[in-house]
Every structure is written in structure tokens, then in C-alpha cells.
Design a binder for this molecule. Structure first.
Ligand SMILES: [Zn+2]
Length: 131
């Protein structure tokens, strides 16, 4: 198992409170969905991943600067993360989910975070299949 560093990171906690404050309900670390989304609502079919900028190679982000030593090891490792992320997002979309990635750097700015979440959650269509 190793360390549980990935659980309840600060960016995750901030994303959860922002989503709550906007009136949304969800479960966290949803283990039976692809990629174990950090936040998800199965009834409304949305899932959110909160990604660390370094570990998930956020493009053009200063938090994601590449390590300067052992570059072969790191680029392999980070590339595998990216591939896995893409597979998880696709798998969720195949299940009919709308998927949002919230980046660590976005969670550092309350206004930005609210804007990103509102754009995503506010724009979802109602689950018409649940008649
Ligand atoms: Zn970033």
C-alpha cells in the first residue's frame, strides 16, 4: 500500500469545499469508477479529478517543471501517469460521464476554482433518463 500521500491533499479538500459551497453533492475517492475520481456523482454522471501539476504534467504550468536529474526515469514515469489519466477519462466518458480535471494550481485561487466548477457543474444537463 505504501504511504497515503494521495489521500485528502489540500487541493482536493479545497475543491470539495468549493463544490459543496456551490450546492453540489458527491462522493469522494469513488473506487468503483475508472481512475477512482476524487469527486463523483453517479446519479448526475459527473466525475472530477484533482490533479497535482507535477505528477500529471500540467502543460505550461510553473508547478510542473521537469526534474533536471534522472530525466529518463522521470519522463517515463510522468508519461505513464498521463497515459493512465487519458485512459481513465475515456473510460468514464464511455460510461456516459462528464469529466473535469481540476489542477492543483487552480485550487490556489478561490475565484478561479469557483469559476471552473461552476462552468462544469452548472452546465450539466439534467439526467433525463431518470424519469
Ligand atoms: Zn498547474
Amino acid at each position: 500500500m505504501g504511504r497515503v500521500r494521495s489521500k485528502d491533499t489540500k487541493p482536493e479538500v479545497r475543491t470539495r469545499s468549493a463544490a459543496h459551497a456551490l450546492g453540489h453533492r458527491f462522493r469522494i475517492h469513488v473506487a468503483d469508477l475508472p481512475g477512482k475520481p476524487d469527486l463523483a456523482n453517479k446519479a448526475r454522471r459527473w466525475a472530477i479529478f484533482v490533479h497535482g501539476c507535477f505528477w500529471h504534467s500540467h502543460e505550461n504550468c510553473r508547478l510542473a517543471s521537469k526534474p533536471r536529474s534522472n530525466t529518463g526515469y522521470w519522463s517515463d514515469k510522468l508519461m505513464r501517469n498521463q497515459e493512465r489519466d487519458a485512459i481513465h477519462v475515456q473510460a468514464l466518458r464511455d460510461l456516459g460521464y462528464q469529466v473535469l480535471v481540476v489542477w492543483e494550481c487552480e485550487t490556489r485561487d478561490d475565484a478561479k476554482l469557483r469559476e471552473v466548477l461552476t462552468a462544469f457543474l452548472g452546465g450539466l444537463s439534467r439526467p433525463s433518463e431518470n424519469r
